[in-house]
Design a binder for this molecule. Structure first.
Ligand code: NAD
Length: 263
């Protein structure tokens, strides 16, 4: 089988499909034959992703579902709609997330903490809860949860994000060892600084006057001295969701140019 056929007849569900890493992964997987179910809170984001996917893969089969991943009913709905349309869920990129406002812990506020944790951690759990039930019934499935370098090391000023992403690492390891016996693999990615709207906004938080300068300074700490690009995440997600990674399970894979291992 050639690499271009890895996802023929496979259905992949992507949350946060309306931007950044979700969109780049949608483009990549469609180019390898996947049928896509794209979930996001942003209708416009989903429409833009559909346009971007069909530009490179004109005959791509795509379902879009507007849903808030932190809401149980919305999650039940995106799973039900995906099954209604495609009949199975072979791959799940459990990816939607927000950064939240940056602040010292004492100033972080419990409302901001709850909001970030609800989307980034509860949302990942709710997705796992519903999708793993489907995959267990199928006797197969591949999951990639989006953690972060902020989930395996300390970034600072991100209480909610750090707690949630460390939690995603724990969920991945826990579910990964539970479900391998059912033919299901569950891994996580820990991206470093990847140039998406999220990171662009993050730089505006660091320096509202001159976000470009903040971005330049920030990336000097990375061994590669450059930001990652979303397609460089998509190719790794595609690998983890494919049979090429058949014996990779419960792993948290940094994709960060070496940032997280640096002293
Ligand atoms: P992004 O902002 O470009 O895309 C995130 C998408 O998630 C958006 O389309 C947004 O509308 C959607 N979303 C937000 N809240 C949602 C909700 N409640 N329900 C459904 N959809 C929702 O950001 P990105 O960089 O593509 O981030 C994707 C994931 O990668 C996030 O989990 C993020 O924490 C993680 N991540 C990103 C980086 C990076 O450098 N870009 C690094 C580490 C981890």
């Amino acid at each position: 089988m050639t690499s271009t056929a890895r996802f023929t007849d496979k259905v992949v569900l992507i949350t946060g499909g309306g931007s950044g890493l979700g969109r780049a992964t949608a483009i990549r997987l469609a180019s390898e034959g996947a049928k896509l179910s794209l979930v996001d809170v942003s209708e416009q984001g989903l429409a833009d992703t559909v346009a971007a996917v069909t530009e490179s893969t004109p005959d791509a089969e795509i379902l879009t579902v507007i849903a808030d991943v932190s809401k149980k009913q919305d999650v039940e709905n995106y799973v039900a709609k995906t099954l209604e349309r495609f009949g199975s869920i072979d791959g799940f990129f459990n990816n939607a997330g927000i950064e939240g406002r940056q602040n010292l812990t004492q100033d972080f506020t419990v409302d901001e903490f709850d909001k970030v944790v609800a989307i980034n951690l509860r949302g990942v759990f709710l997705g796992l809860e519903k999708v793993l039930a489907v995959m267990r019934e199928q006797g197969s499935g591949m999951v990639v949860n989006t953690a972060s370098v902020g989930g395996i090391t300390a970034v600072g000023n991100q209480s909610g994000y750090a707690a949630a992403k460390h939690g995603v690492v724990g969920l991945t390891r826990n579910s990964g060892i539970e479900y391998a016996q059912f033919g299901i693999r569950i891994n996580a990615i820990a991206p470093g600084a990847i140039w998406t709207p999220m990171v662009e906004n993050s730089m505006k938080q660091i320096d509202a006057e001159n976000p470009r300068r903040a971005a330049e300074e920030f990336i000097q700490g990375n061994p590669t001295k450059r930001y990652g690009e979303a397609p460089e995440i998509a190719s790794v997600v595609a690998f983890l969701l494919s049979d090429d990674a058949a014996y990779v399970n419960a792993v948290v894979l940094p994709i960060d140019g070496g940032q997280s291992i640096k002293y």
